[in-house]
Design a protein around this ligand. Structure first.
Ligand SMILES: [Zn+2]
Ligand SMILES: [Zn+2]
Length: 302
């Protein structure tokens, strides 16, 4: 026996598995809790925004427009407009909330929307699913802002405007539309908490992977099988190797004296010499303890 085998023989894998599950659960729940707490505003926004998207009458739309607007401080306003762009409702009474809001494409680039009523503002129209993602992570709004700043440097019509992100929703079966206007900011500690969670998940996954391989190595050694071979199979194929091993082991007999795995037709253990199985009291051939009748002479055995 080598050193690794000696050490592994002393390990209590049941206890290790129990502690692994407990620690993984605690770590997982803690991470979800921390990330959820850090992103609580954005998640509540996402939840309300999803319901706003489903609104099919003006009353519901007003309710969820108000909730969406107040879920996150990034939201500048949520407006409900009729087919002539007249503002019917404003959730935050922002500077965009009075009269009408007519948007038109800005310059030749046509990437931004502007309104003659608000010379200080430019809007980037973002599809509703992207809008949700960007509102949560602020990943792409950073890019929008960057692109805008670059474009504004070359386009006089865009310079000195504040860039907003705008999503347009329709109230189902009506001519009314909803504008959600926001300036997404970075969630402080958000990306860091996600990275740490991902690293911890990776760490636990690696530990699980190695534990399977070590258990295979130890169990194979215990039953006098090719431990290094099975350990390597565990390391390369993990759960598949484990299943193959268990099926293989099931096809063998385990010597009750020394634990060595033996072929089922062995009369004696090749490791310790102990007699394996039972002999038929009528003809003396080897029979399995599960047999009711001798496979050789057909007589009843017990
Ligand atoms: Zn034996
Ligand atoms: Zn017999």
């Amino acid at each position: 026996m080598n050193k690794l085998e000696n050490t592994l023989m002393k390990w209590n894998f049941k206890k290790i598995a129990k502690w692994y599950v407990i620690l993984a659960l605690i770590t997982g729940l803690t991470c979800i809790g921390i990330v959820g707490y850090i992103y609580r505003e954005r998640l509540s926004f996402a939840w309300q925004y999803a319901r706003l998207k489903e609104a099919d009458n003006e009353t519901d739309a007003r309710t969820y427009a108000y909730k969406t607007a107040n879920a996150s401080s990034d939201v500048v306003d949520v407006l409900i407009l009729d087919d002539t762009n007249k503002i019917l409702y404003s959730a935050k009474n922002s500077s965009f909330s009075t009269g009408t809001l007519n948007l038109e494409k800005a310059g030749d680039e046509k990437k931004y929307l502007v309104s003659s009523q608000y010379p200080d503002a430019a809007f980037q129209y973002v599809k509703s699913d992207d809008f949700l993602l960007q509102s949560i992570l602020n990943k792409d709004f950073g890019r929008i802002k960057h692109d805008y700043d670059e474009d504004a440097a070359f386009d006089n019509t865009l310079s000195n405007k504040t860039v907003y992100m705008l999503s347009r929703l329709h109230i189902h079966d009506t001519a009314m539309k909803i504008y959600v206007i926001s300036i997404p900011t970075t969630v402080s500690g958000g990306i860091l908490s996600l990275k740490i969670s991902a690293a911890l998940a990776m760490l636990f996954f690696c530990i699980y992977w190695v534990l399977i391989a070590l258990w295979l190595y130890r169990d194979a050694a215990k039953h006098k099988l090719a431990s290094l071979y099975w350990g390597l199979i565990g390391l390369c194929t993990n759960i598949i190797g484990l299943i193959v091993y268990l099926i293989y082991k099931h096809s063998l007999a385990i010597c009750p004296a020394c634990g060595a795995a033996q072929r089922t037709d062995h009369l004696y253990c090749t490791n310790c010499g102990k007699q394996l199985g039972t002999l038929c009291p009528h003809c003396g051939s080897q029979i399995s303890s599960k047999d009711h009748f001798c496979p050789h002479c057909g007589k009843k055995v017990y």
